[in-house]
Design a protein around this ligand. Structure first.
Ligand code: TYD
Length: 294
């Protein structure tokens, strides 16, 4: 497999010359936070000699040409950059070196973040060691989500578009929080939890590790709600480890759904669900019990 991933930009050519356009998403696979370029380069003065921990870049020789060496710790590859209509993607944890610049070379770089010296690995030995013990990936937080400053999201989790997470909420690691989820502040969400689109996790809810909650499931926390009257305390609802809640279910306040239980789609859960039970209907009743949690 080749290390070099080329991105062809859009070129508009007419009698007056060429116009080259690069767009975020269509061409550049990240939001551009910085653009810089290298010019007046000396053929015998190589540059680079570093990798980035997290930064993504696309480099394009808008004039002239140069060699670019890529090394991901397993393979090394050198490519000649010289086509101003295509960029070279340089991902995180790829050692790179540039050399043999033509006198007219201008190397333009689109980058996914502002300059940050702490993102550099400037020694090959340190780079090689970091490959052996990769840092846990930070959570992916979509720019169209709204995470309050007092909420936490663990490493490796993904938070997609239009998710709202309020102050105080704690979301664990490796979770998948799909678009349009609301998580209120007095909530605890374990590791590897999946919340499909439209789920509402209200104050008082705990979701333990490995729980999956399908689309449009609604948790409730106030048995007798009155507009503008906030109860002194919300009912506590717990979904135990490995339980699965089907789409469009409604979970009434204060129930516990046992380990590895399954709540059928569209159910209204009015009382506790035993571990490994399969419940469905309105009100949800036990249909059968699972032999194991798998
Ligand atoms: P560096 O990324 O090490 O480039 P090269 O490997 O081609 O020499 O950057 C060289 C210097 O420029 C270094 O001191 C950091 C500084 N710098 C910035 O201030 N802002 C930037 O956006 C970049 C890329 C570098």
């Amino acid at each position: 497999m080749t290390l070099a991933r080329w991105i062809d930009f859009t070129t508009v050519t007419d009698a007056r010359g060429h116009l080259v356009a690069a767009e975020v998403e269509r061409h550049i696979p990240f939001d551009i936070r910085r653009v810089y370029y290298l010019r007046d380069l000396k053929a015998g003065e190589p540059r680079g000699f570093h990798a980035h921990k997290a930064l993504q870049q696309v480099a394009v020789c808008v004039a002239g040409s140069c060699n670019l060496l890529l090394d991901d710790g397993h393979a090394r590859e050198t490519v000649r950059c010289g086509d101003p209509a295509r960029g070279l993607y340089i991902g995180p944890m790829v050692w790179h070196e540039m050399y043999d610049f033509s006198p007219d070379c201008v190397l333009l770089v689109f980058a996914s973040a502002e300059y940050d010296e702490s993102d550099y690995l400037r020694s090959y030995d340190v780079f090689a060691a970091a490959l052996k013990h990769p840092p846990q990936p930070a959570a992916f937080i979509h720019r169209l989500s709204d995470i309050a400053p007092g909420a936490t999201v663990g490493a490796g989790s993904r938070v997609e578009q239009y998710v709202v997470i309020r102050n105080g909420a704690a979301v664990g690691g490796d979770c998948n929080i799909c678009a349009h989820v609301l998580i209120e502040g007095d909530t605890r969400i374990g590791d590897r939890v999946t919340l499909k689109s439209g789920v509402r996790v209200c104050d008082g809810v705990t979701l333990e590790d490995d729980v999956i909650v399908s689309s449009n499931v609604i948790f409730t926390n106030d048995p007798l709600p009155r507009s503008y009257v906030r109860p002194e305390a919300f009912s506590r609802t717990v979904v135990r480890r490995g339980a699965r809640v089907g789409a469009n279910a409604t979970i009434l306040p204060g129930v516990t759904i046992g380990e590895f239980a399954i709540v059928g789609a569209g159910s209204v859960v009015t009382r506790d669900v035993p571990p490994r039970a399969v419940v469905y209907g309105s009100p949800a009743r036990v249909g059968r019990e699972l032999a194991s949690g798998a």
